[in-house]
Structures are given as structure tokens and as C-alpha cells.
Design a protein around this ligand. Structure first.
Ligand code: ADP
Ligand code: ASP
Ligand code: MG
Length: 440
């Protein structure tokens, strides 16, 4: 059994959904098909939620009406027959009635999660109407019946495995199962989600839970590229990546994969394939245990990073200093990405400033604390790169004009990370494209 996940653009237009139906029926293998919301929907739902959170019901209502009109139009092009259209429109009506009721209730975080879930609920149900019209046998299995996260928002893989197995066992005759990406149930039993871009994570968790033959991530590009195609003009697809390399790239900003989406597949040794819905015959990228080759494979950038420097002469020849600092971050459940130390100072980076004020307050007794927000981590990822000839030389030659704030080298054999101010991100990625890959 395999997993096939289709992202927002892959289901964003009626004709794309038709293509998805062709792809899921292209072979005989049984499969779980994981769908995202239609492209633009989750952003629209975030906007509705934001309007409600500031008490602007009128704007929220207008935004909801606009989205509903989009869905009605989508349905009219998705299916042909009158009964199928009636079914599709009834689904749209049901979900927008729900949203309209929500517009009248006072806003809460739980309500926000309910709003955000509507996209994936709609896309999967509409896809099923289309499959039904085409006479393609399938079954919708609601993600809210098996995808759970704990009090710390961590997926409960053990429980997902058991619940999913029970669901599948009930339908031994079915070969195509459809489910929602992104959405989950939290420890309080409420509707929740795996954070933006989370459908990749859903797919990987499902693939791990059922021990899938492969986890296919179908998107709008032919695999992981060597650099961010949104920033740099000339980029090329990478044929093979190890789980470790892919995990680093996902974590350090390659948007094609959700930051946490690799570990479930890696843990359960399920190969991941990144494929292009618009170019299904393109090779794409295979992610598995072996890296395939050595050397630098790709660079990625992660924005929204905050650098914190703690300067203290008490650090001189002292032990236990770093432990005390780390304990502050642990207390506020804030993970540290990069760290460098000198005799009198330690610099580190965090990607969530949710508890920044408290963290700084608790660090102040240890020394002078300096905070720089709006930083970007640029990661250079590959296999055994620290042992690759001239890599540091090439890196610093390429970046001679960029003020580099921090460098992290040797933490893993797959990664060299540098920290630059956000304003240098584009230039840094372009210079590395030339300096490391010879692409202009
Ligand atoms: P989906 O909706 O299918 O989940 P996403 O928009 O989340 O698709 O991810 C695909 C996009 O990721 C691509 O269109 C591309 O612009 C962007 N991207 C960023 N970095 C990379 C990279 N290194 N390789 C490929 N795509 C990348
Ligand atoms: N629809 C969600 C989002 O836009 C999840 C996903 O597409 O992966 O973030
Ligand atoms: Mg995505």
C-alpha cells in the first residue's frame, strides 16, 4: 500500500483534480490519497479568522461570501452530471453554513482551528463526488478519526497506527482511500492542525503508520531543487537525497516539504518521492536512507529567525554557564537552531519569538543580552560536506560581500549554516548558486 499526497496547486483547479483522479487510478496498488485544501483556501480562512479575532464581522462575512462563490464556480466545472453537481453544491452549502454560524459566535482559538479545517474537509469531499461521478470505487476516511496530537502538539504515531489499521481492516475490498492532510484532533479532542504546510507531515505520518511502500508527495515542481526557485532564477532538481539531507533542507526552509515531514518516513524506512502533478513523467526526487553521492546538494533559507547574544565575563573559565542558559530556553519550550561561543559570549538563534520577552528577562542576570530580530539562516546541505574539498573556501569566496553574523560548521556532516540579516537573503542565495553550483 502506498501514500499519495497532493498539495494545494495540485487540486486547486477542477482540471487539476481531474488529473489527480487519473494519477490515483494509474496503477493497481492500494493507496491512501492525502489531499490539501484548494490553493488559496487556507490563506483565505486565515484572513476570515483574523477579521473575526479583531471583531470585524462585516469583513469576515464578505471574505466568506467571496470564498463560497469561488467554490460554487469550482463545482460547476468539476462535475458534469446534474446529480453530482447537486451533491457537490450541497457539500459547499453545508460547510459555508457552518462558517456562517461561526461568524456569529465569539472568537476563540478552538474556533480558529475549526475555521482552518474547512479547506481540507471541502477538497476531499468534492474530490470524492468527482470520483463517484467517474465510477471510481473509493472510501473517504476522515483524518479526524485517526490523526491525533498530544498536549505538546506532537503527533501520536502509536495511536495513529492502531486507529488507521482498525479503519482499513473494516474495508478489505477497497483500494483507494481518501483523507485530509493538515487536520488533526488534539489532546482535548478538539479539531486542530499540524501547522501550515502540514499535509506533507500528515502523508509521512500515514506512510509510517501503515508501513507504506512509498510516500509520494505530488506538487507543482519536479522535486527538490538545489536552491529556492522563488528567489533564484536558475535551479535544478536533485535526483536523490538521504533522509538526513532532506530533513535538514525541510527544516531550514525548503518550502516544498513541511519542516517536520521527514522523520516519520525516516523512522519507518519508507522512501519519499517528490513528484510534479503537471509533469508526472519527470524523475522528481527520491529520498531514502542512502545519499547517492557526496558533496553539496542544495541551499535553503529560513526567515523569521531571532539571534540572541549573552555577554558575560563570568563565562571565563566557568562551567555550568551554558547549562543555565539552555535551561531558560527549555523552560519556555523554545528550540535553539544555531549556537556559537567565545570565551566571553554565546550567540544563539531561535525561530519562535513567542516567549522572547520572558526569555530575555531570565537571561539578563547572566550578562548583557543583545537581541537581533529579522535574521535568516542560510543552510548549505549535502552528504559529508565537511569532508568535501574546498567547500569552506568556495563558500566564503562566494560570500565575501555579505556581512555574515554567525557560522555553524561541524554540528552535522550534512550541514553548514550561516546567519545573515534578512535583507541579504536573496543576494546570499544568488551568490551561493554561482559559487557552489556554477549556476548563474
Ligand atoms: P504544495 O501546495 O504542493 O504543498 P508548496 O507550495 O507547499 O506546494 O511547495 C512547493 C513549492 O516550494 C514550489 O512551488 C517552490 O516554489 C517552493 N520551493 C522552495 N524551495 C524549494 C526547493 N529547494 N525545491 C523545490 N521547491 C522549492
Ligand atoms: N492547507 C494547508 C496550508 O495551506 C496545509 C497544506 O497545504 O499542506 O497550510
Ligand atoms: Mg506544501
Amino acid at each position: 500500500m502506498k501514500v499519495m499526497k497532493f498539495g494545494g496547486t495540485s487540486v486547486g483547479k477542477p482540471e487539476r483534480m481531474h488529473d489527480v483522479a487519473k494519477l490515483v487510478t494509474a496503477d493497481e496498488e492500494s493507496k491512501i490519497v492525502v489531499l490539501s485544501a484548494l490553493s488559496g483556501t487556507t490563506n483565505a480562512l486565515v484572513e476570515i479568522s483574523t477579521s473575526l479575532s479583531v471583531g470585524d464581522r462585516n469583513t469576515a462575512k464578505q471574505q466568506t461570501e467571496k470564498l463560497e462563490a469561488h467554490y460554487k464556480d469550482f463545482c460547476s466545472k468539476l462535475v458534469k452530471s446534474a446529480p453530482a453537481l447537486e451533491k457537490a453544491l450541497a457539500i459547499v452549502q453545508e460547510h459555508f453554513e457552518f462558517l456562517n454560524i461561526i461568524l456569529k459566535i465569539s472568537f476563540s482559538e478552538a474556533l480558529n482551528k475549526d475555521i482552518l479545517a474547512q479547506g481540507e474537509l471541502l477538497s476531499t469531499k468534492l474530490f470524492c463526488v468527482y470520483l463517484e461521478e467517474k465510477g471510481i470505487d473509493h472510501l473517504l476516511i476522515p483524518a479526524l478519526d485517526f490523526m491525533t496530537i498530544d498536549y505538546y502538539d506532537e503527533p501520536q504515531i502509536g495511536s495513529i497506527k492502531v486507529k488507521l489499521a482498525q479503519l482499513l481492516q473494516k474495508h478489505p475490498d477497497k483500494k483507494i482511500f481518501i483523507t485530509q492532510g493538515y487536520i488533526s484532533r488534539n489532546a482535548r479532542g478538539e479539531v486542530d492542525n499540524l501547522k501550515r504546510g502540514g499535509s506533507d507531515y500528515s502523508a509521512s505520518l500515514i506512510a509510517a503508520a501503515i508501513n507504506a511502500t512509498v510516500c509520494e508527495i505530488w506538487t507543482d515542481i519536479d522535486g527538490m531543487h538545489n536552491n529556492d526557485p522563488r528567489v533564484v532564477k536558475k535551479t535544478v532538481a536533485i535526483e536523490q537525497l538521504s533522509f538526513d539531507e532532506a530533513a535538514e533542507l525541510a527544516y531550514f526552509g525548503a518550502k516544498i516539504l513541511h519542516p517536520a515531514s521527514i522523520w516519520p518516513a525516516q523512522m519507518y524506512k519508507v522512501p519519499v518521492k517528490l513528484l510534479n502533478t503537471m509533469q508526472p513523467d519527470a524523475k522528481g526526487t527520491t529520498i531514502k536512507e542512502e545519499a547517492g553521492s557526496t558533496g553539496v546538494k542544495a541551499v535553503a533559507a529560513k526567515d523569521g529567525v531571532t539571534a540572541i547574544k549573552i555577554k558575560s565575563s563570568r563565562m571565563l573559565l566557568a562551567y555550568g554557564f551554558l547549562r543555565k542558559i539552555f535551561e531558560v530556553f527549555e523552560k519556555y519550550r523554545t528550540s535553539i537552531d544555531m549556537i556559537t561561543t567565545s570565551e566571553v559570549a554565546v550567540s544563539l538563534t531561535i525561530d519562535s519569538d513567542a516567549n522572547l520577552a520572558d526569555i530575555v528577562k531570565e537571561l539578563e542576570p547572566f550578562g548583557t543580552v543583545e537581541v537581533d530580530s529579522n535574521q535568516t539562516i542560510v543552510s548549505i546541505v549535502g552528504n559529508e560536506i565537511s569532508e568535501t574539498e574546498n567547500v569552506m573556501q568556495k563558500l566564503f569566496a562566494a560570500l565575501s560581500s555579505i556581512p555574515v553574523r554567525m557560522v555553524s560548521y561541524g554540528g552535522s556532516r550534512h550541514n553548514i549554516s550561516i546567519l545573515v540579516s534578512r535583507q541579504y537573503k536573496e543576494q546570499t542565495l544568488q551568490l551561493l548558486n554561482k559559487g557552489l553550483f556554477g549556476l548563474d
